[in-house]
Design a binder for this molecule. Structure first.
Ligand SMILES: CC(C)(COP(=O)(O)OP(=O)(O)OC[C@H]1O[C@@H](n2cnc3c(N)ncnc32)[C@H](O)[C@@H]1OP(=O)(O)O)[C@@H](O)C(=O)NCCC(=O)NCCS
Length: 131
């Protein structure tokens, strides 16, 4: 019999803290190549930081939902695209059979993200958090 394990993660990012740490290495560490293209296309500096902070928060929240990863997780492997309504859609090579729901919000000062993961217990073995 299969049942579903529900996992929840949340993260809050302070935009001033992120701005103070901002450099290309950090941006590349956080964003997938698709996200990086979108980030570079944003002209407004504040909106750019919000976009980065929202993705950072979502990937931290995604990590928290699982509590532990057997092997290191690279945020740049995880891609958060948007659907035609603008809603975020997270695609990950880690535990790719799971269903991941993500929601992002930001103000001038903070970005917050909540991630909810649904895992099928039949597939839920602890070594699966590897690529
Ligand atoms: C889209 C909407 C949810 C954004 O909310 P907001 O308070 O302006 O902005 P927030 O900072 O809270 O959220 C922004 C994030 O919401 C997410 N988002 C955007 N559109 C979304 C949607 N349709 N559904 C879910 N999430 C959405 C995105 O992740 C976005 O961040 P990103 O662009 O950096 O990825 C808001 O404009 C809305 O409620 N729209 C639907 C209602 C509507 O159309 N009202 C107008 C009627 S006149």
């Amino acid at each position: 019999m299969t049942s579903t394990i529900n996992r929840l993660g949340i993260d809050l990012v302070d935009l001033d803290d992120l701005r103070a740490r901002l450099n290309e290495t950090l941006v590349r560490r956080i964003l997938s190549s698709n996200e990086h293209r979108r980030y570079e296309a944003i002209k407004d500096a504040d909106r750019k930081l919000q976009f980065l902070a929202g993705r950072f928060a979502a990937k931290e929240a995604y990590t928290k939902a699982y509590r532990t990863f057997e092997s290191p997780l690279n945020f740049s492997d995880v891609d958060i695209d948007t659907d035609k309504t603008g809603a975020p859609v997270l695609r990950s090579p880690y535990r790719s059979g799971d269903t991941v729901h993500v929601s992002i919000s930001h103000t001038k000062h903070h970005a917050v993200a909540v991630v909810w993961v649904e895992s099928d217990t039949q597939k839920d073995t602890h070594e699966e958090l590897k690529l």
